[in-house]
Structures are given as structure tokens and as C-alpha cells.
Write a protein that binds this ligand. Sequence first.
Ligand code: PEP
Length: 255
Amino acid sequence: MRKKIVAGNWKMNLAVNEGEKLVKSILDRLPKLKENRQVVIAPPFTHLIQTYYQTESIAYLNLGAQNCYSEASGAYTGEVSAAMLSSVGVNYVILGHSERREYFNETNAMLTKKVNRALENNLEVIFCCGEPLEIRTNDTQNEYVSKQIQEGIFQLTAEQFKSISIAYEPIWAIGTGRTATTEQAQLMHAHIRSVIADKYGVDTANKVSILYGGSCKPNNAAELFACADVDGGLIGGAALKADEFLAIINAMMHS
Ligand code: PEP
């Protein structure tokens, strides 16, 4: 059975003491999860060590980072390497988020390098893809997302691909309160799985967790997670509120 994952992306929010309080409120009511159910908390870099100490004893609660650099080390002022993340107990890294693609000009070629560095350092990658509104309006989202995946992660061997989860995040749904319908999400997730099957075979494709992201909230998580090819969610805004994040975790737990 493939893993179901709820990952909280805090983006650039909360001071360290606020993050500490949020993690504490989550821990106070976090349900016990089975082995194939995982939660990831991805705070800003500055919060990682604190969050590591708060969560290290819970096997199904993972520490994630929101980015890493494409080079191993050296004169890259302001950047953080995959090895550094590993050294503070990070085990997941989100790569290719649409905000990084848009505001920091991350290309698929750059992301290929970042993914390689992450895997060299034993990090699990949550690789983000998703189309802007005009692509959805033209009904060319399948081609658009296929290209992001093919150019971003198809350099990997089938063995390496075991460390990849995909997050499908239609850009028009991120932070907008407008969610993809269950039908739109299921169709795209099935498409992504078929693209992976064409390259790596059905067995590998069936093992990849494909998360949905984009205004996933307590009131829509259960129906999204009930879709056959939706294996959890990448959560932005709702990950900053313990009650909402816990409700989404509960939806994943019962999916
Ligand atoms: C995200 O940024 O990954 C995201 C899904 O944000 P939100 O849940 O706020 O739409």
C-alpha cells in the first residue's frame, strides 16, 4: 500500500517561538498513525532545529524543509545545502513549489539538480507541479504538468524514484480559497500516475504518493483524499492553525 501523507508548508510565516507553540498544540492532539500514514511539518530554515527537538521521538511525524540549493557546498551566500538539512534531522524537502518557480525563477533544469542533491543526502523529495489558470482555461494542463515532471525528475533511476512523492498544486487554487473539484484532482492525479507508468512501469507508478495542494481545508480534505489517486495533501494556510491541520490529518487517517 502506498504512503498517505499530509505535509504542512508554513512558507515564510511565524517567529520561532510562535512555531514552537504551534507544534506543541499539534502534538497535544496528534492521533497515533499507522506506518503508511505520515505527517510532515515544513517550517522555515530558522525553525528546523527547534522543530526537530520537538518532534524527533514520533516516527510518523517528519521534519521537512521548503527548499535546498542545487550545489553541494561553496561560495553561495545565503543558500542552504541538502547536506545541511540532513545534518539537522530533516528527512523531507519540498522542491519546485510554484512560488519558488515564479518568484525565484526556478526552472525544471535547476530543479533536476536540486532533486539530485536531495537524494544524495537521503532526503525524501516532495516534487511540486501544477498549472497556472490560463493553461487550465486552454485545457492544456496535462501537457504542462507532464513536461514539469519529465524535465524535473525523469533523470532518476527507478530505484531513486522510490524517494519521490509528487504534489499536484494547481496555481489558481493556491492560497485563493478556490479548490480543484474532486473530479479535476482525480483526473490530473491519474494522468500523473500514467506518465510515471510510461517511464518507470506500473508497479513504480502505483507506489508513488501523489498529494493534492491548493486551498485544501478541513471542509474539503475528506472528499479530496477519498479520490483513488489522491494520497494526501500539501497544505499551506491551514497548516498554520493547529485545529485545521489536525482536522486534515484526521481526514487522511480515515481515508
Ligand atoms: C501551498 O502553498 O503549497 C498551498 C497548498 O497553499 P494553500 O493550502 O494555502 O492553498
